[in-house]
Design a protein around this ligand. Sequence first.
Ligand code: GRF
Length: 204
Amino acid sequence: MVTVRLVVLVSGSGSNLQALLDAAADPAYGAEVVAVGADRPAIEGLARAERHGVPTFVARVADFPTRDDWDAALLAECSRHKPDLIVSAGFMKLVGPRFLGEYEGRYINTHNALLPAFPGTHGPRDALAYGVKLAGATLHFVDSGVDTGAIIAQVAVPVLDDDTEDTLLERIKVAERRQLVDTVGRMARDGWTVNERKVRLGRG
Ligand code: GRF
């Protein structure tokens, strides 16, 4: 069986990355994490990769003269590892046109809200403030917008009366990690097609 090469991008704790690392320990999963990249050093996400013996790289926006230079550097770092799929798992940066020029259609992001509601960095907080009764997570392809790309999978969780941002976020993340692992595995093993905005897993 072909093993799909994943590069995972992180900015924080990396619990979604951990779920992928754990799943990929089984060769039948169909994908392996070949590198982990970050936009900042000294984060738990990088430490998780190091503990698994997975190569890491850091590309900080502040270390480059322009955002375009950073975009080119991130692209180069990712490409060194010859990824089939790049996963943004809590990566808090929008990539630019160079990166998308190479990886649009093979770059996916997990977002902690039910898109198209509540895009951006505070999905659970915004959902709670709005008073929705269902929250959740969305796995989607990345395009040049903010959380606007074609949706691959979604999972809903209830919002409870006494939820705080933290309790809601944790409930979402449990479902989000399971969805990420299940869906990336299916993409790796079975492929996918995209027609307009309609994503279908499997060879069609
Ligand atoms: C996830 O909930 C993701 O949707 C959001 O940031 C969180 C990252 O969590 N963008 P972790 O770093 O994988 O634990």
